[in-house]
Write a protein that binds this ligand. Structure first.
Ligand code: SF4
Length: 341
């Protein structure tokens, strides 16, 4: 009755009639939802479902199109992995998702959470599905004294003791979705609505009037700082030069403007890709999971005829930035540079 209405979900009434959601849609949404909010994911999910309605469509799509459609969602290894995974499913599994969490776990980009979510929600496997919401609910329910990140195995065993074992009215997938919904709506990180909670009678944190003290937190780590240069080469027609990042590492396969390496400590030497009248366009800051990056942005206006001096890249007009695989950090660089122009 209180289930969240999400585009990749199936209504509980249809579940009760024996229907199950499309594993392709569940997989896509769960990969997108890692490290990202439901509100952000909805439009990306709609875009992917429209561009590539089936697993076969996604497997056959050019990788650059997938990276371009993913641009802005961050954690780009996820986009590369969904493409790889779709191709492995097409080539080695007859275009079908395996039904057990253990088999799903062997596929590219599918970890313990996603494998459990697909197998429980789509195939009724009685496995624990544990995301941040579920961790919070159980940390409070049992007033756990350790931060969830330090007791992953114990948490899995604890949640598993509650997973219904495939009886018609208590399906593992519905248990998983209900627990996640409880965490997302009632047992929220701050100001949980304990008075409305259907399991408050069993909750130790509630009994101790201490919900806000759980889950216990890890001590905060400081984020290292990195610095570098970004060089924007612009033509009179406002097209800028973009090149592709390497095939491995951070933002692999995405588009970027030329730049220095990003390092901790001293700012790298100013070494633009061509000589000329470079202007400073200020700095941008971008927060990655493991470091904070400050880039000094430089821009040069070149004569259109210089275009052949460059190889392995492309000239892209600003109105086409949304059609290429530009990560957010590069969008910030270009906005900064072109606003100075
Ligand atoms: Fe969370 Fe409060 Fe419910 Fe306990 S009673 S599970 S703290 S909402």
């Amino acid at each position: 009755m209180h289930a969240r209405d999400l585009p990749w979900r199936m209504a509980p009434t249809r579940f009760a009639k024996g229907q199950r959601p499309d594993p392709y849609k569940v997989w896509l949404s769960e990969i997108m939802l890692q490290q990202t909010t439901v509100a952000t994911v909805k439009s990306y999910f709609d875009k992917f479902s429209t561009l590539w309605p089936t697993l076969e469509d996604l497997a056959a799509a050019p990788r650059d199109d997938i990276l371009a459609a993913w641009a802005g969602l961050g954690y780009y290894s996820r986009a590369r992995n969904i493409h790889k995974c779709a191709q492995v499913l097409r080539d080695e599994h007859g275009g079908k998702f395996p039904q057990s969490a253990a088999e799903l776990l062997t596929l590219p980009g599918i970890g313990p959470y996603t494998s459990a979510a697909i197998s429980a929600i789509c195939f009724d496997e009685p496995v624990a599905v544990i995301d941040g919401n579920v961790e919070r609910v159980f940390a409070r329910l049992y007033a756990l004294q350790q931060p969830p990140a330090t007791i992953k195995k114990e948490m899995r065993a604890l949640v598993q003791t509650h997973v219904p074992d495939h009886v018609p009215d208590h399906l593992p997938g519905q248990f998983a979705e209900a627990t996640m919904d409880l965490g997302a709506t009632i047992c929220s990180p701050s100001k949980p609505k304990c008075d409305l909670c259907p399991i408050n009678h069993a909750c130790r944190a509630f009994a101790e009037d201490a919900a806000a003290e759980f889950p216990k937190k890890l001590p905060k780590k400081t984020r290292p700082e990195r610095v570098g240069h970004a060089y924007v080469v612009a033509r009179p027609d406002q097209k800028v030069w973009l090149q592709k990042r390497g095939e491995t590492g951070l933002l692999a396969g995405m588009d970027e403007v030329p730049g220095s390496d990003w390092r901790e400590g001293e700012v790298p030497e100013f070494a633009p890709p061509l000589k000329g009248d470079w202007r400073e366009a200020g700095t941008i800051v971008h927060i990655f999971t493991h470091f904070r990056l400050t880039l000094n942005v430089h821009i040069i206006q070149i004569n259109q005829s210089v275009k052949d001096d460059f190889e392995d890249g492309k000239w892209v007009a600003s109105e086409d930035f949304d059609r290429v695989a530009l990560p957010t950090v590069m969008k910030k660089v270009l906005t900064r540079a072109l606003s100075e122009n």
